[in-house]
Design a binder for this molecule. Structure first.
Ligand code: ADP
Length: 297
């Protein structure tokens, strides 16, 4: 069983030829609403691997919250929502013709969310299960989740993204730490990824995985002497947004289904490679039948 603790929001994407100047109004050439948030994305990816998944998330008591809930219910059989008298989290993403983007996010619910204090999470997680956290909740709230998991003997994956330097979670509480290259550089100051993995392991995570885009991922720990590089399948990348979330969700799902760490990472690499060949964030996540085909390979 995978417990994903994290944010769920609505992403509104506007596409236009160029960004507006200050004070200017432009009409978008296309626009769409979609379910987003790293918590929601990773929970959906994990569920499509065939693992049982619970998402623990926070929504506002507003029409957007009801919409997000309805989208989550289409994908997940167990969604534990903490409701707040706050506007639901949302992001506006503006993309120009060159593919550059601006993103503005409202994160009131994520900031108010303290799963251990406000939900039954601590009583629900058991040994043999996997808890997945990201960087969207306050560091102290994430730490409380990781601590509860450690006390219960539940394995933890911390995807330390996004990074809030002022309130980082305690990496020593994570059994597995997953970051991408720019996060690894920001967290360690190291440009060399093997050195960065070593520096992150020194902060206490038992296993460190650094995703390397088209190069795959680097993994250090779980009894290995040095860092091991696992290549990504060669594909023609069209849109890499959300690839990291597919990777983390599938890693958690694979581990929950009993895969050893290296097999779980290879499964995550295969699923993330499919996702980058298609447009969209959650839309590009492989389907349950595509995941099943990967597991059988
Ligand atoms: P993020 O999406 O967080 O920026 P990465 O760019 O490292 O992180 O991508 C996450 C994972 O997605 C990679 O480890 C890899 O498995 C997969 N991926 C990303 N880009 C490609 C690509 N061009 N070809 C194949 N796989 C990719």
């Amino acid at each position: 069983h995978v417990h994903v603790v994290g944010n769920a929001c609505i992403d509104t994407t506007f596409r236009l030829g160029r960004f507006p100047a200050a004070g200017e109004t432009l009409n978008a050439t296309a626009y769409a609403d979609g379910l987003g948030g790293k918590g929601a994305n990773q929970a959906v990816a994990a569920a499509r691997t065939g693992a049982a998944v619970t998402l623990w998330t926070a929504l506002g008591k507003d029409p957007l919250g009801a919409w997000i809930r309805s989208q989550l219910d289409m994908e997940l059989s167990d969604v534990q929502v903490s409701e707040f008298d706050l506007p639901s989290d949302r992001s506006t993403i503006v993309i120009d013709a060159g593919g550059e983007n601006f993103i503005v996010s409202g994160v009131a619910c994520s900031e108010a969310f303290d799963p251990i204090a406000q939900t039954a999470l601590a009583r629900r997680i058991t040994p043999g299960e996997i808890l997945v956290c990201q960087g969207n909740l306050r560091g102290a709230a994430t730490n409380a989740c990781l601590r509860a998991a450690r006390k219960n003997g539940t394995r933890t994956i911390l995807n330390a993204s996004p990074i809030d330097e002022a309130a980082l979670p305690d990496f020593g509480l994570a059994d597995m730490l997953v970051v991408n290259q720019s996060e690894a550089k920001a967290l360690t100051g190291q440009m060399d990824m093997a050195a960065a993995a070593g520096a992150l392991a020194a902060k206490g995570a038992a296993t460190v995985a650094i995703t390397l885009g088209a190069e795959g991922c680097l993994v250090l720990g779980h009894g290995q002497a040095g860092a091991l590089c696992l290549p990504a399948p060669h594909v023609k990348a069209l849109d890499t947004s959300g690839a990291g979330d597919v990777f983390c969700g599938c890693l958690a799902g694979g581990l929950a289904r009993g895969m050893p760490i290296t097999s779980g990472l290879k499964f995550a690499l295969a699923a993330a490679a499919i996702s980058v060949t298609r447009p969209g964030t959650l839309l590009s996540c492989p389907s349950a039948s595509e995941m099943a085909a990967l597991v059988d390979q």
